[in-house]
Design a binder for this molecule. Structure first.
Ligand SMILES: *[C@@H]1O[C@H](CO)[C@@H](O)[C@H](O)[C@H]1NC(C)=O
Ligand SMILES: *[C@@H]1O[C@H](CO)[C@@H](O)[C@H](O)[C@H]1NC(C)=O
Ligand SMILES: *[C@@H]1O[C@H](CO)[C@@H](O)[C@H](O)[C@H]1NC(C)=O
Length: 329
């Protein structure tokens, strides 16, 4: 039966179904038919994703653990698409952090709802804070503040995903108890992480493109390394950015927001986003919810391909795989 369907279905270059709709496949209608209205649907995001993208293969752990060298898809790629050349330093870091999950309460949930809070000005004045706090896992990116903006962005932070140049620099700005999730973009980033984990004096900052944090106020047990597979999959499979022989190159790095969404598709039962999307038609609107820089300040990015990335995110919204609370995608 499946074969017949796929023969007649049409797929785009990336392998997504051309005709996207929000209908549930019959087996999901049956599976979720008895759930009460509004309850968390186990396996929903991955099942719906597989329905529009048959190549989707759910298992991909959120964070690296001591068995990371067995992750076949990432062993042969250099950062940011894998961890080749960084195995020893990762071993040292992971043997010290010793924790590789979200923690017992979240890891044991039978159905997890996650929200990725982007940094877009579109979050301002929508009073979505209490809705955001209802999610089991609230993911924030880089230095996006909570304090002072809780009415719009909520109070809860489960994970903060970041890299050296994006990490909060003022220690007093860290929230009390979020996990510090590190995403590497270049080999040097792992060296920085080792120094942060071991609370060493930071040395060798030449290779960073802007100033970086010198101290991360987190215990080793509160630090995780994001599985680099999500960068690879977002770039080469979902968005279709240039392979460039597996090397970082012009316009082939997905934004951290899309990397976080990719991670959530594999690890959360339901996925929502807020604060994503730039409306280029309103050049005077604020770019970020926490500063006054305007949309018009956005520059043509060397690393990202915002428009191609948006095509991918639109497919997820159109097929109702992710819920976009601020309708910016
Ligand atoms: C839903 O409930 C009906 C009636 O109780 C039952 O026959 C059916 O097996 C249930 N479906 C699922 C997926 O649990
Ligand atoms: C949000 O509301 C405040 C106070 O009413 C206003 O000053 C500000 O310009 C608004 N921001 C946006 C992005 O609309
Ligand atoms: C983004 O991708 C499009 C389509 O592949 C391409 O034409 C454009 O040059 C790319 N932009 C950047 C900044 O790489």
């Amino acid at each position: 039966m499946l074969i017949v369907i796929f023969l007649f279905a049409e797929f785009d270059k990336q392998g997504f179904l051309l005709n996207l709709d929000t209908k549930l496949p019959p087996e999901l209608v049956y599976k979720y038919g008895n759930l009460s209205e509004g309850s968390c649907k186990p396996g929903y995001a991955a099942a719906k994703m597989s329905a529009i993208y048959p190549k989707f293969n759910k298992p991909a752990s959120m964070f690296l653990d001591r068995n990371f060298k067995r992750l076949a898809k990432v062993t042969n790629y250099l950062p940011p698409f894998g961890f080749k050349t960084q195995e020893r330093i990762i071993d040292v870091i992971l043997s010290t952090t010793k924790k590789y999950g979200l923690g017992p309460d979240l890891d044991s949930l039978s159905c997890k709802r996650c929200i990725i809070v982007g940094n877009g000005g579109i979050l301002s004045n929508k009073s979505l804070g209490s809705r955001i706090d209802e999610y089991d896992v609230v993911i924030r990116l880089n230095e996006a503040p909570v304090s002072g903006y809780t009415r719009d962005v909520g109070t809860k932070t489960t994970l903060r995903i970041t890299y050296p140049e994006g990490a909060i620099q003022k220690t007093e700005r860290y929230e009390k108890d979020s996990l510090f999730v590190f995403s590497a973009f270049k080999p040097l980033d792992f060296k920085w992480l080792r120094q942060m984990v071991f609370k060493e004096k930071l040395q060798g900052t030449e290779g960073f493109w802007k100033s970086v944090a010198h101290f991360v106020p987190r215990q080793p047990s509160e630090i995780r390394i994001l599985n680099p597979y999500f960068i690879q999959e977002a770039a080469f499979q979902f968005i279709g950015l240039p392979q460039n022989n597996g090397l970082m190159g012009k316009g082939n790095i997905p934004t951290l927001g899309t990397v976080a969404i990719t991670m959530a598709l594999h690890n959360c039962d339901e996925v929502a986003v807020a604060g994503f999307g730039y409306d280029m038609n309103t050049p005077h609107a604020p770019l970020h919810y926490y500063e006054t820089v305007k949309m018009s300040a956005i520059k043509e990015s060397w690393t990202h391909n915002i428009s191609k990335e948006k095509e991918f995110l639109r497919k997820l919204v159109k097929a109702n795989i992710i819920t976009d609370l601020t309708n910016g995608i």
